[in-house]
Ligand binder design. Sequence first.
Ligand SMILES: Nc1ncnc2c1ncn2[C@@H]1O[C@H](COP(=O)(O)OP(=O)(O)O)[C@@H](O)[C@H]1O
Ligand SMILES: [Mg+2]
Length: 233
Amino acid sequence: MLELKGLCASYGEAKVLHAVSLEVKAGEVVALLGRNGMGKTSLVRTVMGLGAPLKTQGEIFMNGVSLEGMPAFKRSQERIGYVPQGRRLFASLSVWEHLSVLDQGKQGAWTIDQVFDTFPRLKERINHRGNQLSGGERQMLAIGRSLMIGPKVLLMDEPTEGLDPVMVELVEGVLTKLKAAGLGILLVEQNLYSALAAADRVCILEAGCLVWGGLPSELINNEEILQKYLGVH
Ligand SMILES: Nc1ncnc2c1ncn2[C@@H]1O[C@H](COP(=O)(O)OP(=O)(O)O)[C@@H](O)[C@H]1O
Ligand SMILES: [Mg+2]
């Protein structure tokens, strides 16, 4: 469904992605792992077309449609959802306002009630502003917001970062539900075990190159790769 072919990207002169090819199919969770600074966020930003880094080579397809030259909002309309690292909410907007600006009533899109069914906690916090929410509530809102466009593919950049174990479990549960509903998910994770539990396939990014791909069960038994690329001892 989402297909990257030989993707290269740069921040000015500095190359950050080197010929990355990968695919996320419907109902599949692909975990993208790698240490800090290896290019995971840059990859996701390049797919979303956020301006920096800039794609220099390669192609991105969503359901066979090339995203070449498409601005970020158009990519959302192709039903690519995005949960940015660090949530990126508006401090002064309420939960309701975050969601209602995206409530377009389009076919296939989510309604605010559907988001509240998935995250009942957000309904209880409906009038709270971004800066009045706990870390977990912020992440629920960031995920809820990404669902409003009715994504078929969801790019999640470290959704469990900074969350307590109860919230991590909640996010994992939502991910499982979305997958069961047929969404394809590209999951960037620092938490190896969280990623392995959720993923159908894993790929590892090292200095902007995809250096390993395989099944979670293959990774967990591969001490050399775990140590070399993920710093697991
Ligand atoms: N806005 C930017 N301008 C220049 N370089 C950047 C920018 N953002 C990230 N980088 C660099 O790109 C590389 C990859 O970063 P990033 O994609 O954030 O990695 P990750 O998400 O895997 O931690 C790092 O070397 C980082 O310093
Ligand atoms: Mg990152």
